[in-house]
Design a binder for this molecule. Structure first.
Ligand code: 5AD
Length: 349
């Protein structure tokens, strides 16, 4: 192993900031053994803060309608081949009921930016969940909204919000999104969410079209500025009937590398093993956890709708529609020395 490389990794693990050159070195130049060294350090840090538990979140995909037209995403509004559905409040409450009976303590409501699921409607849904489940965590992931709307969600009882920044580089953002979407607005939303007291999650795809290692460096710098409670990263997976359908997929190795770098830079961050990674790699979940991830988000959306939430091709789902599937998850975690942690899994301040 190269001494300089090991020194940089040790420095990062000790909580020291790194220079741009050092970050670029970690992003581009580690060999297999050095990566293993990095992953082991990241796992040690995750265990120091969160032990051998992996938090579970019940993921409910509430709508596949979206007014946005992101070039990478299968549910972009101009994809006429996409199958659309939206869940009613009753269906969402039903999903929560099933998830609660399995022992979940976090519900994640995620959807496209569906104009029919207005802020008022979302507030009503959140209030109803909060009334029924006073102690559970409610996470929203419904895109860019006004500060007033975010505040209303918070007042209704939502605790957390996920909104990936997608890329910090403005030119790259324009390469991934049509001109009516703004990287700046997205970043402002994230700072607003933090200010309002949400546990806030951001993140980006790895290997999205046009992404360079410099861009990943800029993403890390942005994350240092935002200091989010959660960071979601997964490889880019081409989606049919999108402008990027013929682009190549992101690298699994690079995703795993990034997970470890993020764990070391943000020791207490909640870091999911994402569905995109599991889609590209059978043992993606295990590899993510063994690189420092500590969250999984089993899908509890109604089975009839699940395949319609197709943001990319062959999307996997770690389902939890039966107790049996959760015990399979438990077994997979046990096999690598972990277990499901059913508690809320709030950020440890
Ligand atoms: N491949 C991987 N991730 C994707 N996302 C959207 N489309 C794709 C894709 N084709 C990610 C985006 C979004 C999150 C919900 O899913 O980062 O924020």
């Amino acid at each position: 192993m190269n001494k300089t490389h090991i020194n940089i990794i040790d420095n990062l693990a000790d909580g020291n900031g790194l220079s741009k050159e050092e970050w670029m070195c970690l992003l581009t130049s580690l060999d297999f053994e050095e990566r293993q060294y990095l992953h082991d350090k990241a796992v040690a840090v995750a265990k120091e803060h969160y032990g051998n538990g992996v938090f579970v979140r019940a993921l409910i995909e509430i709508s596949s309608y979206c007014k946005n037209n992101c070039y990478y995403c299968g549910i972009r509004c101009s994809n006429t081949n996409a199958q659309r559905y939206r869940l009613s409040k009753e269906e969402i409450l039903n999903c929560c009921g099933v998830a609660a009976s399995f022992g979940f303590n976090t519900f994640v409501l995620q959807g496209g930016e569906d104009p029919k699921q207005t802020p008022e409607w979302i507030v009503d849904v959140v209030k109803s969940i909060r009334d029924l489940y006073p102690d559970k965590a409610i996470t929203l992931s419904v895109g860019e909204c006004t500060e007033e709307a975010y505040k209303a969600f918070k007042d209704a009882g939502a605790n957390r919000f996920l909104l990936r920044h997608e890329t910090r580089n403005d030119a790259h953002y324009s390469h991934l999104h049509p001109s009516n979407m703004s990287a700046k607005n997205r970043r402002e939303c994230l700072f607003t969410l933090k200010k309002l007291g949400f546990q806030t999650g951001s993140g980006m795809m790895i290997g999205s079209p046009g992404q360079t290692d410099e861009h990943l460096y800029e993403d890390i710098k942005f994350l240092e500025e935002l200091n989010p409670h959660m960071i979601g990263i997964g490889p880019f997976v081409p989606a049919s009937n999108t402008p990027f359908e013929k682009e190549s997929r992101g690298s699994v190795e690079k995703t795993i590398l990034m997970l470890s770098l993020l764990r070391l830079r943000f020791p207490k961050v909640l870091l999911p093993a994402t569905t995109a990674l599991a889609t590209l790699c059978q043992d993606g979940m295990e590899r993510a956890i063994l690189a420092g991830a500590n969250v999984v988000m089993p899908n509890v959306s109604p089975l009839e709708q699940r395949k319609k939430y197709s943001i990319y091709d062959n999307k996997k789902s770690t389902g939890a529609e039966s107790a049996q599937q959760l015990s399979q998850l438990e077994q997979r975690l046990n096999a690598i020395g972990y277990h499901i942690d059913y508690t809320r899994g709030d950020y440890k301040y």
